[in-house]
Write a new protein. Structure first.
Length: 274
């Protein structure tokens, strides 16, 4: 009986079963979002969602009993799963308390979709990719901070200069920061200066408006984002370049050794001739 129970536990926490339940849970959430509240389809998809939550609670309990809380918590994936389980617990109260429509519950239901990240385990060299992303983020912090500073400077300047011409874009500093960030992305940046230019009172102001935003685009959009992208990509590919550099360095040492041996051989021949 004990062996049968252990086999059931092993099957219950098997990765293939876990991934299958994740897919089923996602399909249930998608179906629930497309169904009208109170319909039979909504009830079925809601019950499937609840069943999946119960499954993940039992899965976590089995893993904790087998590995202990310290061993279970040592895995980052287990921490991730446990956090989602905690946020999923209110869904168990839906049939009893009828809280399906509360915004908090809807947000928590959406949060369970993050469990799809578990499927990333099938990606080759996943740890190498994660370490590259972490390294790239650390290296890009300085560039991001510089971009934020430029964003704040240009946003405050735009609020002072163009706040009364385009209050929907530069009515206050926080709105200006968001608008300036949009300009940094270069997506339709020319619409805003053209709008201000149509409302401007003089040709000189129109020229200054266009010059100001051209500078913003060059500094923040072209130079800033290009540098940030270059730093990020360079750090992501650092593993490949490091390996290549080590090979080049080893080849250089071998060439130097060969040169030394060849020089010593030539010197020996010269000494014999003398």
């Amino acid at each position: 009986m004990g062996n049968i129970l252990q086999k059931i536990k092993n099957v219950w926490i098997a990765e293939t079963v876990v991934f299958s339940v994740i897919v089923i849970n996602t399909a249930a959430l998608l179906a629930h979002s497309m169904c009208s509240e109170g319909s039979i389809s909504a009830k079925i998809s809601g019950n499937v969602d609840i069943a999946c939550v119960v499954y993940f609670i039992i899965e976590a309990a089995i893993k904790i009993k087998q590995a202990g809380m310290r061993g279970y918590w040592h895995s980052y994936w287990n921490r991730f799963d446990f956090t989602i389980i905690l946020f999923s617990l209110p869904v168990l109260l839906e049939p009893v308390m009828g809280i399906q429509g509360f915004a908090t519950v809807l947000v928590l239901r959406l949060g369970r979709l993050f469990r799809l990240f578990r499927l990333m385990i099938f990606i080759p060299d996943l740890n190498r990719i994660f370490s590259g992303v972490a390294r790239a983020l650390r290296a890009s912090i300085g560039v991001f901070v510089a971009l934020m500073i430029f964003n704040v400077i240009f946003a405050i300047g735009a609020t002072i200069l163009f706040g009364h011409h385009a209050p929907e874009h530069f009515g206050n500093p926080f709105l200006s920061i968001y608008t300036t960030f949009k300009i940094f992305t270069l997506e339709g940046w020319y619409d805003i200066p053209d709008l201000i230019a149509r409302r401007a009172e003089s040709d000189v102001l129109i020229f200054l408006v266009r010059l100001y935003f051209v500078i913003v685009v060059i500094v923040g959009g072209i130079l800033g984002l290009s540098i940030a992208n270059a730093v990020f990509v360079d750090q992501m590919t650092l593993d490949n370049t490091a390996e290549l550099e080590s090979r080049v360095e080893m080849l250089t040492r071998e060439v130097k050794e060969l040169k030394g041996m060849l020089g010593a051989h030539i010197e020996t021949k010269k000494a014999k001739r003398k």
